[in-house]
Design a binder for this molecule. Structure first.
Ligand code: ADP
Ligand code: MG
Length: 277
């Protein structure tokens, strides 16, 4: 593919293992994020599962004994849902997110993303999945200290070998999207915690993933900043058409979520679908 003929492929238009780029022959629209209304999940989309978790267990051998972090989790998430994953510390939230995102493998059971069995993918397939289909957001932001905000957002674009000519524009659009257009040249230590997390969110969205996985994204923020971040995630799920699974104790996200799943000792204790927000 030549640089000049590529543009971003919205998640809904990608093939299962496809790159986030489409050639001009495939799609002649100018490069842009799609209009919100177009990407917003429709009622039928929500009925299409994008994540299917079946009978997942994860044991961690600890010397003579075994920690059963997940003890048989079944969960189906529809396209465009914002799901809050709550549960006490140690209940298995991080383990579940890592298995869904291909950062860890289950002891037993199967994870399917868009019909692709993640748990059977070879390492190279997992790298592709994490690079193109999934955006991760962590409690500790995980920005690279010596890079500017813009350079941090650009990292996944470089890893995905996005065409150079497209990177600057994509970075600009993403920083605008999270309200940090004016902070592009700041390094993480020159930004507040909330701003750093917004950069991290822009970075997570860089390759236009289908799925956002966030592990306690407001855990290090004060409650007012946490509210801003959660509202941003809520807005992005709508405008960017992503599906989000967010581990959190934060009552604000829990009130904004479409659905609240509670883990307890490695099993799902409750799963509540909310009405339209
Ligand atoms: P949560 O994110 O809900 O706090 P985790 O998924 O981190 O829960 O952990 C679930 C359980 O698995 C806990 O008992 C934890 O101690 C254990 N655990 C998590 N990661 C490891 C590991 N790498 N080695 C051993 N035990 C682990
Ligand atoms: Mg955790």
């Amino acid at each position: 593919m030549s640089d000049a003929n590529e543009r971003w492929r919205p998640p809904s238009q990608r093939t299962k293992t496809g790159s986030p780029f489409v050639t001009q022959e495939e799609d002649r629209e100018p490069f842009s994020t799609r209009p919100a209304a177009e990407r917003r999940a429709s009622a039928t989309d929500l009925l299409q599962p994008i994540i299917r978790v079946e009978g997942i267990t994860r044991d961690y051998p600890m010397g003579e004994s075994v920690v059963h972090a997940l003890r048989g989790v079944d969960l189906t998430i529809g396209r465009g849902e914002l799901v809050a994953l709550q549960g006490r510390s140690g209940s298995g939230k991080t383990t579940l997110l890592n298995i869904i995102g291909g950062l860890d493998r289950p002891t037993d059971g199967q994870v399917t993303i868009d019909g692709m069995v993640v748990s059977e993918l070879p390492e190279a397939g997992l790298i592709e999945l994490r690079r193109h289909r999934i955006g991760f957001i962590f409690q500790a932001f995980g920005l690279i200290p010596i890079l500017t905000a813009a350079e941090n957002v650009e990292v996944p674009l470089r890893l995905a070998q996005a065409p150079v000519a497209r990177r600057d524009e994509r970075v600009r659009v993403l920083l605008e999207l999270v309200g940090l257009g004016e902070r592009a040249r700041h390094r993480p230590h020159e930004l507040s915690g909330g701003e750093q997390q917004r950069v991290a969110i822009a970075r997570a969205l860089a390759n236009a993933p289908d799925i956002l996985l966030a592990d306690e994204p407001t855990g290090q923020l004060d409650s007012q900043t946490g509210r801003t971040i959660m509202s941003l995630i809520r807005a992005l799920v709508r405008s960017e058409g992503v599906t989000a699974l967010v581990a959190t104790h934060d009552p604000i996200l829990i009130s904004l979520a479409d659905r609240v799943v509670t883990l307890s000792d490695g099993v799902i204790a409750s799963d509540d679908l909310r009405g339209p927000a």
